[in-house]
Write a protein that binds this ligand. Structure first.
Ligand SMILES: Cc1ncc(COP(=O)(O)O)c(C=O)c1O
Length: 501
């Protein structure tokens, strides 16, 4: 559970229900007009399942909601009663009603578990949003790294803050983006995951609140859960519009979380790109609340459209360097197999992170750091980004096309960057589709992995990491999975057919 009780006021709930009707996403019941109380109960249930209203949020009193919706109090009472019966509401006499998810609802509150490549076989693994290495640059980078290695071989090889040459190269890259940065502001980590883990260890102990986008990147959510922090979800705005700033301001003010974790650049899983004004406002709100903002830039190089003007990084709005900690990674820009990430923060924060590292992982492998340094110091880094963008754009378009043909009632907004499609599965359970897909030879993570407390049951995340023919086969298998789930026949699923990537 998120363990932080938010509340949804009557006007806010009325607004959310109204936008839902405008989108016409409330499941029609047998094509007939359903009674008013039933439509209202369905609407609220969907808001909870889609994470637009958090689990454990206090709902308005019946009388207030009735007034805001211009319906009778009896209608609201009947809707609340129906939700209680289905496990989506808990009430205590005299105290109020809180949203819930039913006991027994599949709650995959865990991260993503990509199959090791040798285990994939005939399965199309869409569990992991990562691409193959952009050759020839991986080979060239390691050849360059080997040439640079001899002087390091005469040292003990532990560089808890990272190799000085790489810290300098990363700092120079921020400076070139208009964010003056010194090497003392950089710490090299074992992937972005290593960076977020180090920040959490230092700042957010057991019981501390962390505000997160809802949905957000599953593995970071899981890392924070395991660290014992209390996640406070804040729903993303609709249709890739970025953040819902009023909701963020309310959470930062009311919950005063120690940390907030955001992915402003081609958000995982939705692909949203937060506009510059939102970045400025979020930094201001975080500073006012005394919350440290972790800005995860892992996806920032994966802009797929030439017409997109990239907003300045979140840290650009924190010139004093006291409110924002930036996390970066070579995993999406270059290759996840390097396991190189970094933190950019104020020098004193970096010193504390480095000191704490001695009892975590001590450091990051030297050869991989030299390979990234070589890429940044040559044309290799930018050339790799170009390869990535072309490849990813083609993959995205192939997947979008295949889904449109095989699953026309699945809904998504095509993002302008990143690696993932966040897909509403036409009213079917994403968890059931994931289960059926697994047996049909396509692995997809279900929506609840990207939520807090069981939200997003009606979603799956599909990365555009496979090429045309494989995307086509993946969509065919997913359509078969959807058909089985819709017919309730998920038990009788055949073993996967063989496919060649
Ligand atoms: C937003 C985000 N952060 C972090 C990661 C993990 O990055 P790394 O491989 O550098 O640990 C991912 C991987 O998908 C991601 O999407």
């Amino acid at each position: 559970m998120s363990q932080w009780t938010s509340s949804v006021g009557a006007p806010q709930l009325a607004r959310l229900l109204g936008s839902q009707h405008a989108r016409d996403t409330v499941t029609p019941i047998g094509g007939r007009r359903s009674p008013a109380y039933r439509s209202l109960a369905d609407g609220i249930r969907l808001l909870v399942l889609e994470g637009r209203v958090p689990v454990a949020a206090r709902l308005p009193a019946e009388r207030e909601l009735a007034a805001a919706l211009s319906v009778s109090r009896t209608t609201v009472a009947a809707a609340y009663e129906a939700l209680r019966g289905e496990g989506f509401l808990e009430s205590r006499r005299g105290a109020g009603s809180w949203t819930a998810v039913p006991a027994g609802n599949p709650l995959p509150t865990r991260g993503l578990d990509p199959l090791p490549p040798e285990a994939v076989g005939s399965v199309i693994d869409l569990g992991c949003a990562a691409l193959t290495a952009p050759e020839p640059w991986l080979t060239r980078a390691f050849q360059g790294a080997l040439e640079e290695l001899p002087p390091y071989a005469h040292t003990h090889g532990d560089y808890p803050a990272g190799l000085p040459a790489l810290r300098q190269a990363l700092a120079d890259r921020y400076t070139a983006r208009g964010i003056p940065t010194m090497p003392e502001q950089i710490m090299v980590t074992t992937g972005a995951m290593g960076a977020v883990a180090a920040i959490c260890r230092l700042f957010a102990g057991r019981g501390e609140r962390v505000a997160v986008e809802s949905p957000s990147y599953a593995n970071v959510l899981q890392l924070m859960r395991e660290a014992g922090t209390r996640l406070v979800p804040v729903a993303m705005a609709d249709r890739l519009a970025g953040w819902d700033l009023p909701a963020w301001r309310q959470v930062l003010r009311d919950a005063a979380p120690r940390l907030a974790y955001v992915i402003a650049d081609f958000h995982n899983p939705t692909g949203a790109l937060a506009p510059e004004e939102q970045r400025r406002e979020l930094v201001e709100a975080a500073r006012a609340a005394g919350t440290l903002l972790i800005a995860d830039e892992t996806m920032s190089d994966l802009c797929l459209e030439p017409d997109v003007e990239l907003p300045r990084p979140v840290c650009a709005f924190d010139p004093a360097g006291s409110a924002v900690i930036t996390v970066g990674s070579a995993s999406k820009t270059f290759w996840a197999g390097l396991r190189i990430g970094w933190v950019r923060a104020a020098p004193d924060v970096i010193r504390s992170l480095v000191a704490a590292r001695a009892y975590a992982d001590l450091g990051t492998p030297v050869l991989e750091q030299l390979a990234v340094t070589w890429l940044l110091d040559t044309e290799g880094w930018d050339a790799s980004i170009d390869i990535r963008r072309t490849q990813t754009r083609e993959n995205r378009d192939a997947l979008v096309d295949a889904l449109g043909r095989h699953l026309p009632d699945w809904e998504f907004t095509v993002p302008k960057g990143g690696l993932t499609l966040w897909v509403r599965t036409g009213g079917l359970s994403g968890s059931r589709i994931a289960e059926a897909g697994e047996r049909l030879g396509v692995r997809v993570p279900s929506g609840p992995r990207f939520g807090v407390d069981g939200a997003f049951e009606g979603f799956v995340r599909l990365p555009f990491t496979v090429t045309g023919a494989v995307a086509e086969e993946a969509a065919t298998r997913l359509a078969e999975a959807a058909r089985l789930v819709a017919s309730g026949a998920t038990a009788a699923v055949e073993a996967p057919r063989t496919y060649v990537a």
